[in-house]
Ligand binder design. Structure first.
Ligand code: NAI
Length: 394
């Protein structure tokens, strides 16, 4: 199958592609891939080694250069692994196309140094070009299925998303050429129009507007999102149910994240940060409806590179009004945590597509901070949803 990564030259995309090729060449094992463990390993999923990659980006450079930079600055992946897959990355680089930064805000426009697709074109023509790129990839590589995954920079939030509540509203916005629908939604539109499953690994709008969900259902295409759950939020989704289960009242939960990669630089802009803060904060509100103070901070600390540190401080109250605290520190390689999930999601969406499933794939909730169509935020219950799906399929 084909995996088309939007944001192909970014850290997550690069690490996912290096990782898949390293698995294919026996340079690494599948630790970190959810679908490599039981019971998911029993599903008839396409192998990671068989993935054919391509994608869009709006920045100069190459996947190979990004991989070398990551190895040098962050140590993940290791330089020897990058060397082992260099030829594969060169071949992938030939399949990375110029993307669109339409309605992505100033921060991303500054980042984009490739002339984006929309220069002299409206949204309708941009979408046509994105579709053409997907068709060419499919045809040239002889692929049955192409899964599109959005791992591009986080966009500012869409104002009044209810304007795009129906498929017709989305279609006429795209046709008018005047739309303020952001690039992530245009990529989703192009994917659905080409019958490609789509995942949104970012908090950007993507396919979350109701009109695009309707389009996916009508076109018979499965999709999932939003915003990958990889580090601090994953820990929160596992820990918060413990407080709820023991009837311990959380008075305050402060989460402070510092990171140094381009994602961190983009999130310095308050407009781009807003969506990320919302999806991170909502996890606790979902599990602990009576939570007192709940705050998430994200700051850019350039010297950290692709490493993220999160410090969480939980102030809670127990029996006899006794106040206690719990603190934890999370130090993770952002891309090494995210990349295997991108591969997992691609495998599971390809499987859903093969089974003829359409619309939001609720069983993928455990992968996302703000799972579409799912109110449940308790991580172990979300894992059960995936287990139930697997049982149904086997
Ligand atoms: P990155 O900054 O290294 O990569 C993003 C790439 O997207 C860049 O190459 C950029 O040029 C490209 N890009 C930006 N706008 C684009 C557009 N409109 N079309 C095509 N390409 C575009 O960021 P990274 O670390 O790879 O993260 C990617 C996304 O995943 C971010 O939105 C981040 O917030 C999100 N995310 C990351 C998690 C993690 O653990 N690393 C967890 C959850 C979400």
């Amino acid at each position: 199958i084909g995996v088309w990564l939007v944001g192909a030259r970014g850290n997550i995309a690069t690490t996912a592609m290096v990782g898949a090729r390293a698995v294919a060449r026996g340079e690494t094992d599948e630790t970190g891939l959810v679908t490599a463990r039981e019971p998911y390993a029993d599903l008839d999923l396409p192998s990671v080694a068989s993935f054919d990659f391509g994608g869009h980006d709006v920045r100069e450079g190459s996947v190979l250069a990004s991989a070398r930079r990551l190895a040098e600055r962050s140590g993940t992946p290791d330089q020897s692994v990058v060397d082992a897959v260099t030829d594969d990355l060169r071949a992938i680089d030939d399949r990375v196309r110029r993307g669109t930064a339409l309605n992505c805000g100033e921060r991303i426009a500054e980042l984009a140094d490739v002339e984006p697709l929309e220069t002299d074109r409206g949204a309708a023509e941009v979408v046509e070009q994105l579709r053409e790129d997907l068709r060419t990839f499919r045809r040239e590589r002889g692929l049955d299925t192409v899964v599109v995954v959005n791992v591009a920079s986080t966009e500012p939030e869409v104002s009044d998303p209810e304007r795009f509540d129906t498929r017709d509203a989305v279609a006429s916005a795209v046709e008018s050429g005047e739309t303020d629908l952001p690039a992530s939604s245009l990529y989703a539109y192009a994917a659905f129009a080409e019958g490609c499953p789509y995942a949104n690994f970012t908090p950007s709008a993507g396919a979350s507007v109701e009109g695009l969900r309707e389009m996916a259902r009508e076109e018979g295409v499965p999709h999932a999102g939003d915003d990958g759950k990889t580090g601090e939020s994953l820990t929160k989704a596992a820990l918060a149910p413990m407080f709820a289960g023991r009837n311990l009242r959380v008075l305050s939960w402060e989460g402070h994240n510092i990171l140094g990669n381009t994602d961190g630089a983009v999130l310095e802009d308050e407009r781009n940060k807003a969506g990320k803060l919302a999806s991170k904060g909502d996890i606790l509100e979902g599990i602990l409806p009576d939570i007192g103070h709940n705050r998430v901070r994200i700051d850019y600390t350039p010297s950290l590179g692709d490493w993220k540190t999160a410090w969480d401080y939980v102030h809670f109250e127990g029996f006899l009004d006794t106040e206690m605290t719990m603190q934890f520190t999370w130090e993770g390689s952002d891309s090494a945590l995210a990349a295997p999930l991108v591969l997992d999601i691609a495998r599971l969406l390809a499987h859903a597509d093969e089974r003829g499933e359409a619309g939001v794939q609720r069983h993928l909730a455990s992968f996302f901070k703000a799972p579409l169509g799912v109110e449940e935020h308790d991580l172990s219950r979300q894992f059960e949803m995936l287990d139930d799906y697997v049982r149904e399929c086997l």
